[in-house]
Design a protein around this ligand. Structure first.
Ligand code: AMP
Length: 286
């Protein structure tokens, strides 16, 4: 497995692979790998003969008061995990190599970026869209695999490649969970084990609304009250949003139908400050 640091080295590597007839699938990540990341890599290997993983904690997608400094990192451990997976190369640049002096270009998916996480994280998705565009230009993949855990990000990237005619097929991968239902996340490392029930309130809220919807409660105002009551019943939780949205447009809906997703973002007391967790899922069986 090759580890590449410089964008120009990565581009040359990819171009050489393509000349040999290889097809490349890219898995963009911020590292601190867990089973969710590894399952994306395995999925990528089913789709193309060459898998490239990017590992870059992108500073431009963190707001001024967000957890960039606290974001967990362990490059050695990540390399140990990734070398057991069907991955041909890891692209791990530094911020200085990605954002050269004078950098001033931004990609913004205007409307989709304003909903859900975009309300409390106004610069986040421009940072994501810009870095993903750069990664596509550097790695030149045929396919890129993204997790459905970040389903707003996935919707934004799909819009981005369509709008800008970027020839990359975007593949979504289902959420990988711990045995108790917690969606895997690098940020879970900052959770306080004593406060596990609070962290689990997102996945248990999803289960709760599915049960209520199956009983015929389809008004999202009513379901929303149940969700808020449930999450707030755990000490140390603060809801950023609990929204019922259309899975494609991300617009809020008043009545649940087959395409309705409950999207959650909740701050939970962690080991050193709040940890922001997200989760989502369809309300009705698919
Ligand atoms: P991150 O390193 O958190 O930026 O995530 C990198 C990629 O892994 C993104 O496409 C995420 O959506 C995806 N991912 C993170 N956690 C999970 C999970 N629990 N299940 C599936 N995909 C995930």
């Amino acid at each position: 497995m090759d580890i590449l640091r410089k964008p120009e080295e990565m581009l040359a590597w990819s171009q050489a692979r393509s000349r040999e007839g290889g097809t490349i699938a890219l898995v963009p990540t911020m590292g601190f790998f867990h089973e969710g990341h590894l399952s994306l890599m395995r999925r990528a290997a089913e789709l193309c003969d060459t898998v490239v993983v990017s590992l870059f904690v992108n500073p431009t997608q963190f707001g001024p008061n967000e957890d960039l400094d606290r974001y967990p990192r362990d490059f050695e451990c990540d390399m140990e995990l990734v070398c057991k997976e069907p991955v041909a190369a890891v692209f791990a640049p530094t911020p200085e190599l990605m954002y050269l002096a004078g950098f001033q270009t931004e990609v913004r998916v205007t409307q989709l970026s304003t909903y859900l996480c975009g309300k409390s994280r106004p610069v986040h998705f421009a940072g994501v869209a810009t870095v993903v565009t750069k990664l596509f230009n550097i790695v030149r993949p045929e396919v890129a695999v993204f997790g459905e855990k970040d389903f707003q990000q996935l919707a934004i990237i799909r819009r981005l490649v369509t709008d800008l005619n970027i020839p990359v097929r975007i593949v979504g991968h289902p959420i990988v969970r711990e045995a108790d239902g917690l969606a895997m996340s690098s940020r879970n490392a900052n959770l306080d084990p004593a406060n596990r029930a609070a962290a689990l309130s997102l996945s248990t809220a999803l289960r709760l609304v599915r049960t209520e919807a199956a009983r015929g409660v389809l008004a999202t105002a009513e379901l929303g009250q149940s969700v808020a009551r449930h999450i707030h019943s755990f000490a140390g939780t603060a809801i950023d949003y609990a929204s019922f949205v259309d899975g494609d447009s991300l617009e809020a809906v008043e009545t649940v139908d087959e395409r309705t997703i409950l999207a959650l973002a909740v701050h939970v007391d962690g080991k050193a400050g709040k940890v922001r967790l997200i989760d989502n899922g369809f309300v009705l069986p698919q």
